[in-house]
Write a new protein. Structure first.
Length: 302
């Protein structure tokens, strides 16, 4: 259902609230019945529906509950006290969960101002790398689930992804202008054919540049022939491929075999990271082909 003034989804099911808050629908129902923390609307068939203020209130309650407040105590507070307590928690310790909730609200409402305020608040306390690693990566993982479950639309996902991409590009440019100080290898970062999920790869490019390496960023949907071309210009190449949905689990091993046969030589190797990498079979691994199971582990390898 859409708000006629804002053209934004403003009515949510209890399953949406569960997906967005992390509180089980069963628990939400108990909290409503025992403590009257939310007052849902009802359809003619008695199905619960919630508005945006209810969602925001539940996200605030979740934060307080995560910080040790008992639900019975939270329920005794008036409506104005809960946001004040949330602000106190945020000011005392930069709350990752609050920032993620704020970014999700910005996404749901297509609210650029809230996105930028939340980002700037985080950046006043953390480096860009810390903001991205501690908050944005968990956020994107959550958004992937929210999109799959139908809680958010592709348009909302694209909206928040573009804003994050803007910040990545700005910060990458700052380190890109610095001359490389580590020259033992060159990193070539790319996504395979038909793979378009670029944010994780963009962040890795930023981190590798920050550590003084030269990178060649090829971006999305790169054919294998383009990888071969790199060998004309550089020695000691480490390719990094972020495989989120492509190649599929049925095709990934054929793809790895082709890379090994046509691209890799004594002066090159490749690191695979992303969801599809878990389907690469052991028989295809070698000192030149490495699976790295998380961004954190890949950064550690640097």
């Amino acid at each position: 259902m859409l708000n006629n003034n804002e053209n934004v989804k403003s009515v949510f099911s209890i399953k949406d609230l569960e997906n967005l808050s992390g509180i089980k629908a069963h628990t939400i129902r108990i909290w409503e019945k025992r403590y009257n923390i939310l007052e849902p609307m009802r359809t003619e068939s008695n199905i619960r529906l919630y508005d945006l203020p209810s969602l925001q209130k539940l996200l605030n309650i979740t934060l307080l509950h995560d910080h040790g407040y008992k639900i019975s105590k939270i329920a005794s507070y008036n409506e104005n006290k809960i946001p004040l307590l949330v602000q106190e928690i945020i000011s005392e310790k930069s709350s990752k969960s609050h920032a993620i909730s704020a970014f999700k609200m910005a996404m749901i409402n297509f609210d650029q101002a809230l996105f930028f305020k939340t980002y700037d608040d985080l950046l006043s306390k953390k480096t860009f790398g810390e903001v991205f690693f501690e908050v944005v990566i968990p956020l994107m993982n959550e958004i992937g689930f929210l999109w799959q479950s139908g809680t958010v639309t592709p348009a909302q996902e694209h909206f928040i992804s573009y804003l994050i991409k803007q910040k990545l590009l700005i910060n990458t440019e700052k380190v890109q202008v610095l001359a490389p100080i580590r020259k033992d290898r060159v990193f070539v970062l790319y996504l395979p054919d038909n793979e378009i999920h670029e944010l994780g790869l963009m962040y890795l490019n930023y981190e590798i540049l920050s550590r003084g390496y030269k990178t060649i960023y090829l971006g999305e949907s790169v054919p294998i022939d383009s990888l071969k071309d790199m060998k004309k210009y550089f020695d000691n190449i480490t390719y990094i491929s972020y495989v989120t949905v492509q190649p599929t689990k049925d095709d990934i091993n054929n793809y790895v075999e082709q890379i090994s046969r046509e691209v890799l030589d004594e002066n090159s190797n490749i690191w695979f990271v992303g969801r599809m990498a878990e389907y690469i079979e052991d028989k295809n691994l070698s000192p030149k082909i490495t699976i790295i199971n998380s961004i954190a582990n890949l950064i550690f390898e640097l």
